[in-house]
Write a protein that binds this ligand. Structure first.
Ligand SMILES: [Fe+2]
Ligand SMILES: [Fe+2]
Length: 167
């Protein structure tokens, strides 16, 4: 990999994010199917719809910079999804599995928050205001998804996942 300046690095980051989001498009329906708690299922489904839009945003951004979206594979997302798949395939009581799915999903959200945050900082430095604006929309959706998962976990999942024989 050869990158000569911040603009090329931004393009690389956008392609990497595109790969990450496309991998997530396939994983989120499986997360939704594996979740038991209805609000958690709904959160995964809602974020799937947002993810579809995020993919389109990245494609439009790359096209506006005369770049193709293909050519980069996000290895980090592959690993995060592999951990999610282990949790999906694992055996656990419903609330415990839901807590585990949330833990996997929040790792994904934090990765995306970091990636969008860095890409946006590069775009801001480069004076690419339309890129900053578009990336902010996706960044905010990732923050909201992360926050929703925290709320569901703390209010409804974790308290029900404690050992049943606890004194
Ligand atoms: Fe995303
Ligand atoms: Fe996300």
């Amino acid at each position: 990999m050869k990158i000569k300046d911040l603009k090329e690095l931004l393009v690389h980051e956008l392609k990497d994010l595109h790969s990450a989001e496309r991998q997530l498009l396939k994983a989120l329906p499986k997360m939704a199917a594996a979740a038991t708690y209805p609000r958690l299922k709904q959160t995964f489904e809602d974020h799937l719809a947002e993810t579809e839009e995020q993919v389109v945003r990245l494609e439009k951004l790359l096209a506006s910079m005369d770049q193709k979206a293909s050519g980069t594979h996000c290895a980090a997302m592959e690993g995060l999804i592999a951990e999610g798949t282990d949790m999906i395939d694992g055996e656990a009581p419903a609330f415990v599995k839901d807590a585990g799915l949330i833990s996997c999903a929040q790792r994904v959200e934090h990765y995306e928050i970091a990636a969008y945050g860095c890409a946006r900082a590069f775009a801001r430095e480069l004076g690419l205001e339309h890129v900053v604006k578009t990336l902010s929309a996706s960044f905010d959706e990732e923050l909201d998804a992360d926050q929703s998962l925290t709320e569901i976990a703390e209010a409804a999942i974790n308290p029900n996942a404690v050992p049943s024989n606890r004194p």
